[in-house]
Design a protein around this ligand. Structure first.
Ligand code: G6P
Length: 607
């Protein structure tokens, strides 16, 4: 899951600066090494190194590179450790062709052996380096640059988004795509290619998401797209993106994550504005299904867990949540033409989720996608999709996109309940309460942030935490655990509270911090029992409780008061907020960067 950017400029020769600024916007896709190649005065200039973009810029002067055309890359290692040799761009033997690549070339060993036998010399341990050598090989056999890239694409197996430049045709970038995202941008100062839309926004809001099998020739004056499998010309729709570049900036917050936590009320307003027609289409598809699976990874999987509670409670439907990477092993024999798979992916590009979707589709299932990224692979694989409209999320840890997914799923469950003629009164009052959710979220952020910061300060030196909840709050507890784990590198735990007696309780000793989600709902009295059990063993109790719940206040060592909800399905969207803030503050207190936790990436496009 690397980031790629390429530019072909009309007038200026500051491609180094354009690439460097754009790679910084793509850094959340991976940041173990970076590099750029430009063509300047008939020469291929390459600079690359290990570390974050700014470190590589300091040592290599990325932003000072000249030339009208260039490609850049920010890497998240798959084949070959992070090192200067393994950083992209990669060159052919002659140094006339430079290539950046995102994805995995499955047949790279086979190709590498064959190319080495024909005299090609490899400098890295990456799968990606076969691409420039393959292009070179075809050019040695008399093919032009574009045709050589097309033939190279035909020989690659696996996933790739790749951009190549060549001294023989120094005015163009040739891009190919299979399973990894690549978007073209049509600007006034030139044309661009990028792994993601936010990096294009400073230059243009006119974009063309490439599809699998596309080859694009990008020069400063225009863009041509071919099908690399047939060589025939293709027409692709130009989309206008409404995100402004400012949306993707920090707006005065110390980190993108904090900004994105604060953006949640606005993100939910956008979800509530989403057009009903998409929910109706998705609901009618789900109603016809005899089996429903909810499939996703990471935070999006926690949204799936919530979705299964919401569909069962509101619409009386069984929807099985499944972790995407387990989907084939667990469910493949259950899928038929009457199955619906509801796949959730913020990025729309998570390889495990897409693989599950492809496997289900191949067995005749209908696919409903929920994603934040229009034009992503998930939208193209889905029969119907719902956009979560959260705007770009830069922090690697999902925050606003989680609450948006929760509310999309709630709306979908409500649509299903309505179309089944079930519980209309209850659904109507839930709809009314839902319209007030953004203001309630604002109030929670305002009222809880300082208090949560204080709790983070008190407990940040603890070596582990456990999150306990019951009912529809269990997915929130799991999400709170995930946030803390990924940002603070602490081995945090989370359980349905009733299950804590079957194992976890053995861990509890004097001062072990247990975080309870304890709204005054149908689970509250049992949660109280679990708190007593933990307290009796010396645990420190941190509780999210409902305003005025004096009994729980007495029991807890620390508490955060939360507003009441008439319908308990609304709790997850507000109770997750103090947990996100807790993870954020523990991480910053430990001196970590919450926007870029180590070893993680925003969009995991490898299996
Ligand atoms: C990565 C990210 C998580 C995200 C997960 C699924 O692990 O770091 O924040 O929840 O991928 O991503 P998706 O884009 O499919 O929702």
């Amino acid at each position: 899951m690397c980031g790629i950017f390429g530019c072909a400029l009309l007038n200026g020769d500051n491609s180094g600066e354009v690439l460097y600024n754009s790679l910084k916007r793509l850094e959340y896709r991976g940041y173990d090494s970076a590099g750029q190649a430009t063509i300047d005065a008939g020469k291929m200039i390459v600079a690359k190194g290990v570390g974050k973009i700014d470190e590589v810029n300091s040592s290599q002067g990325l932003s000072r590179m000249r030339g009208k055309i260039g490609i850049g890359h920010t890497r998240w290692a798959t084949h070959g450790a992070p090192s200067k040799e393994n950083a992209h761009p990669h060159l052919d033997c002659s140094g006339r062709i430079a290539v950046v690549h995102n994805g995995i070339i499955e047949n790279f060993m086979e190709l590498r052996n064959a190319l080495q036998e024909r005299g090609h010399v490899f400098r890295s341990r990456t799968d990606s380096e076969v691409i420039p050598h393959l292009i070179e090989d075809f050019m040695r056999r008399g093919k032009g640059f574009v045709e050589a890239v097309r033939l190279a694409a035909e020989n690659l197996r696996g996933s790739f988004a790749s951009a190549a430049i060549c001294l023989d045709e120094p005015d163009k970038i040739v891009c190919i795509r299979m399973e990894s995202p690549l978007i073209l941008g049509i600007g006034t100062i030139g044309n661009f290619c990028s792994s993601d839309i936010p990096a294009l926004l400073p230059y243009t809001n006119k974009v063309i998401p490439l599809e699998d099998g596309d080859l694009a020739i990008v020069d400063a004056r225009g863009i041509k797209i071919l099908d690399w499998r047939t060589g025939s010309a293709l027409e692709r729709e130009v989309l206008e993106v409404s995100w402004s570049p400012e949306v993707a900036m920090k707006s005065g917050f110390a980190h993108f994550m904090l900004k994105e936590i604060h953006e949640q009320p606005m993100a939910i307003r956008n979800v509530l504005r989403g057009q009903r027609i998409y929910y109706e289409l998705a609901a009618s598809m789900l109603k016809r299904a005899s089996k429903i699976f909810l499939v996703a990874c990471g935070t999006s999987y926690h949204a799936c867990l919530f979705g299964s509670y919401a569909m069962a409670n509101l619409a009386g439907l069984t929807a099985h949540p499944v972790i995407a990477s387990e989907f084939e092993a667990q469910c493949k024999n259950l899928i038929d033409g009457k199955t619906s798979v509801l796949a959730i992916s913020q990025s729309g590009e998570t390889a495990d989720t897409l693989n599950a979707v492809r496997a289900a589709k191949a067995r005749g299932a209908s696919i409903i996608g929920i994603t934040n990224t229009m034009g992503s692979s998930l939208t193209r694989l889905s029969d119907v999709y719902i956009g979560q409209n959260s705007g770009p999320e830069v922090g690697v840890a999902a925050t606003k996109t989680f609450t948006a997914q929760v509310v999309v799923l709630l709306k979908l469950a409500m649509e299903l309940a309505r179309s089944e003629g079930r519980r209309n009164g209850a659904v109507d009052s839930l709809a009314e309460e839902l319209s007030g959710l953004p203001s309630k979220m604002e109030a929670v952020i305002r009222a809880s942030e300082e208090r949560v910061k204080g709790i983070a300060l008190k407990y940040s030196a603890k070596g582990s935490f456990c999150f306990l909840a019951r009912g529809v709050n269990v997915p929130t507890a799991l999400e709170g655990r995930l946030k803390l784990l990924e940002l603070s590198y602490l081995p945090a735990l989370a359980y349905p509270a009733g299950e804590s007696k079957h194992g976890f309780i053995a861990v509890v000793e004097e001062g072990y911090p247990v975080i309870f989600l304890a709204p005054r709902d149908s689970t509250r009295d049992r949660i109280l029992g679990n708190m007593m059990e933990m307290k009796a063993r010396g645990a420190s109790i941190i509780a999210l409780i409902e305003e005025g719940d004096e009994e729980l206040k007495q029991l807890a060592d620390d508490f955060v008061e939360m507003p009441p909800c008439a319908n308990e399905l609304l709790y997850p969207a507000i109770y997750v907020i103090p947990l996100q803030l807790f993870a954020y503050y523990v991480s910053t207190l430990k001196g970590y960067d919450p926007d870029m936790p180590r070893n993680l990436a925003k969009s995991v496009t490898v299996v």
